[in-house]
Design a protein around this ligand. Structure first.
Ligand code: NI
Length: 181
């Protein structure tokens, strides 16, 4: 298994849509799922990842999630669809592809989801709380959307500046680290 590079905003590949999976048992798909879990568990503070935010050519419609404290409850959703949305929340979110930014995003409070798991088994379940938020965030990735796309123009331009500043200081820190070693 190999960890995959997580694409960073403003990489245009983050606007891709996930390609529906025809055959879950396909070797390439199974390898991608294993590598996505590897990437999830290798990344600090990472609850979920979508194939579209990773350096995967022809990213399939797959998300991997593990919101458990001990990181021992993997959940893989393939071709997932939200079939019902109930209520609304507006709480803080972050994203592995949008560093330094934690901002409020609007989500349904509860959702019903239809998907396949990594074995091709049909799932139809209800989610609320953090899991519901995660699934909606990841399904947005598979639609080419980021949580910052929800923002007003004004807020968005402020956030863009914060991202650029953060990336600027990160580059300085990295070049210092390289000089040291
Ligand atoms: Ni994200």
């Amino acid at each position: 298994m190999t960890a995959i590079r997580i694409l960073q905003y403003p990489d245009p590949l983050l606007k891709r849509k996930g390609i529906p999976v025809k055959d879950v048992q396909d070797k390439r798909i199974q390898t991608i799922i294993a590598d996505m879990f590897e990437t999830l568990y290798a990344s600090e503070n990472c609850a979920a990842l979508a194939a579209c935010q990773l350096d995967i050519p022809d990213a399939p419609h797959i998300t991997v999630i593990d919101i458990s404290e001990n990181k021992n409850t993997p959940l893989c959703l393939i071709n997932a669809e939200i079939t019902e949305r109930i209520g609304e929340t507006n709480t803080s979110e972050g994203c592995m592809s949008v560093p330094f930014i934690y901002e409020k995003a609007k989500r349904a409070e509860e959702i019903q989801i239809k998907a396949l798991d990594q074995h091709g088994k049909s799932l139809d379940f209800h989610a609320n709380g953090f899991l519901a938020k995660c699934i909606q965030h990841e399904l947005d990735h598979l639609d080419g959307l980021l949580f910052i796309d929800q923002m007003s123009k004004l807020k968005r331009s402020r956030v863009e500046k914060r991202i650029q500043k953060g990336q600027h200081y990160q580059r300085i820190a990295e070049s210092r680290k390289n000089q040291d070693s």
